[in-house]
Design a protein around this ligand. Structure first.
Ligand code: XUL
Ligand code: MN
Length: 346
């Protein structure tokens, strides 16, 4: 194991959400950005992550000069609060222009919109002082298999990534795969797909990934394996820890809420690979349960970090030598029980 280091924590303004779902409206009143930033600071988190329109609301209607002005104001607020900007992600799923996909839309005007918006997102990242762009490719997939060419879509994705890499010689692109929702099937459903497409771009070194626990589980994978895989390539540049109870809608539950052992194994994987030692943040992409009262609105974030830190103690105090002996003796039943009792504190 590498030397113990202090992890840095992050969340986004959308993680203080108001409770709407596809079947019902909000259950808490919307709060201002300034309130959310104050809460993040009060909780002692280190950084905030942004969508482009979290940084500059109504971005599509605004000029480049306006974009620069508003981002400058945001940068000052963050600096005054001592909070870093972790990344910026283009929101490519909300506009009517991205109805049928963004970079893989069947309409060339819509593809052009998606690329232009992504380049503006890179400009925002530059103004805010982060070199990390996150790409959750929400609608790059199919509702209906016959509606798009999978082969052509991969070519279009590479073209889009190349344009972003050419726009700024220092920016890094972190692909956040998710296998489904809102699409039936996404074109880049796993970390393997994300790292494979990186190889087709003009600068593979600057295309890496972000793992979200829930997205890996939705792909039928163990997030700890995804962490080990990405880190074997030196390409895990960000992380959305949360939890997910099986194959249903993307639940974004608090970290460890559904399966403490799967969460423990993610922390162990981060530890053995030295995640965070190059400045990477642990971000929690979690949401409050819908009935949550305003006075308990931040608990899912605070709890996720508490669980992470408790599991970190468990990972650091796990008896690796004893485990090695049991593995050599093929005594997996004893290893299994050892893990359970370690987690239960028995
Ligand atoms: C969607 C998701 C997004 C990304 C950022 O499932 O996780 O919030 O993390 O665009
Ligand atoms: Mn996410």
């Amino acid at each position: 194991m590498p030397k113990a280091h202090r992890y840095k924590f992050c969340f986004g303004p959308w993680n203080i959400s108001e409770g709407q779902d596809p079947y019902g409206p909000t259950t808490r009143p919307a709060q201002t950005f300034d309130w959310k930033l104050a809460q993040l600071k009060k909780l002692g988190f280190d950084a905030m992550m942004f969508h482009d329109d979290d940084a500059v609301p109504d971005i599509d209607g605004k000029s480049d000069a306006q974009l620069r002005k508003e981002t400058g104001e945001l940068k000052k607020k963050l600096a005054d609060a001592g909070v870093a900007a972790e990344m910026v992600a283009p929101r490519l799923w909300f506009s009517p222009m991205t109805m049928d996909g963004a970079y893989t839309s069947n309409d060339s005007k819509c593809r052009q919109y998606a690329i232009e918006r992504s380049l503006r997102c890179i400009d925002i990242a530059n103004y805010l002082g982060t070199d990390l762009i996150v790409l959750w490719l929400a609608r790059e997939g199919t509702y209906l298999r016959e509606a798009k060419s999978g082969r052509r879509s991969i070519e279009l994705l590479v073209e889009a990534l190349d344009k972003m890499l050419a726009h700024d010689k220092k920016i890094r692109l972190s692909i956040e795969p998710k296998p489904n929702e809102p699409m039936d099937h996404a074109y880049l459903p796993t970390i393997g797909h994300a790292l494979a497409i990186a190889q087709l771009t003009r600068d593979p070194k600057r295309v890496g990934c972000l793992i979200e626990s829930a997205h890996a589980i939705l792909a039928g994978l163990d997030p700890a394996d995804e962490i080990d895989f990405a880190m074997a390539f030196g390409k895990l540049w960000s992380l959305h820890l949360n939890d997910q109870n099986g194959l249903k809608f993307d639940q974004d539950k608090p970290f460890g809420s559904s399966n403490l052992r799967v969460a423990f194994n993610q922390v162990r994987a981060l530890e053995r690979n030295g995640y965070g030692t190059h400045g990477e943040y642990v971000c929690f992409d979690v949401h409050p349960f819908r009935p949550t009262k305003v006075e308990h609105w931040l608990a899912h974030l605070d709890n996720s970090r508490r669980t992470f830190l408790k599991l970190l103690k468990k990972a650091r105090s796990f008896d690796d030598n004893k485990a090695k002996q049991l593995i050599a003796d093929r005594n997996l039943a004893a290893l299994d029980q050892m893990v359970l009792e370690h987690l239960m504190g028995a």
